[in-house]
Design a protein around this ligand. Structure first.
Ligand code: HEM
Ligand code: HEM
Length: 169
């Protein structure tokens, strides 16, 4: 069973707030990936002087604020991890290295994608092109990550998926 040593106190698994943040951020990222194109379309229509429909305007506002919420929730998640720690990935050798790499890439994307979105609005539209590369990258790593979680559950039969569902497991 994974144990985390923080301030001298051994802790197991993830806390309820770490689990809540994981699934909340995952749901918000999926929302951004599914509905992100409205933002691009609204920006394009506005730049061409066309009228942006109320529905599109709403979806563009939603993209903006959901993106900012993701950034704030990720900051909270990193703070919690710094205070409480996080359990080491279960398994051996390459699978632990692969999990650490994928988790690291997620943290990088979770900061870089909203940051380039903000830069696209406030600094230069050129950042929009970098921002859009986030879409295929996120999709690829979500597929790898979810398949990894399912493999841990059904093939390796360890606690990996359970501990992202049950606090302290
Ligand atoms: C994790 C957070 C985010 C994700 C996953 C995300 C994802 C996306 C996606 C999938 C698109 C459409 C790409 C396409 O049409 O191929 C998009 C476009 C866009 N997003 Fe985000 N976004 C996020 C956060 C933000 C934030 C915080 C802002 C700004 C405050 C933002 C501003 C934009 C802009 C301006 C576009 C249009 C870019 C263009 O057409 O050049 N995004 N985003
Ligand atoms: C946008 C979607 C997702 C993102 C950004 C994401 C991100 C992350 C990150 C960064 C971690 C590392 C936790 C930490 O130490 O802080 C993690 C752990 C985990 N995620 Fe996700 N995740 C997503 C979707 C999913 C999905 C769909 C599943 C299940 C099918 C899943 C299952 C897990 C599990 C089981 C762990 C725990 C791994 C361990 O304890 O070693 N995640 N996720």
């Amino acid at each position: 069973m994974a144990q985390v040593q923080t301030n001298g106190h051994p802790r197991r698994g993830y806390s309820g707030s770490q689990i809540l943040l994981h699934w909340l951020i995952a749901a918000l990222v999926l929302f951004q990936l599914i509905f992100g194109e409205s933002m691009g379309e609204a920006m394009e229509e506005a730049a061409e002087g066309k009228l942006v429909s109320a529905a599109e305007q709403f979806m563009a506002e939603a993209h903006y604020w959901v993106g900012i919420a993701i950034l704030a929730l990720v900051a909270l998640r990193v703070l919690l991890m710094a205070r409480r720690g996080a359990p080491a990935p279960l398994g051996h050798g390459w699978s632990v290295i692969a999990a650490r790499i994928v988790h690291g890439i997620f943290y990088l994307l979770l900061v870089a994608v909203p940051a380039t979105g903000l830069l696209a609005i406030y600094v230069s539209e050129d950042f929009g092109e970098i921002h859009e590369i986030g879409k295929p990258l996120f999709i690829a790593f979500i597929v790898i990550h979810a398949l990894g979680a399912l493999a841990h559950h059904f093939l390796f039969r360890d606690n990996t998926l359970k501990r992202m569902l049950v606090p302290g497991a």
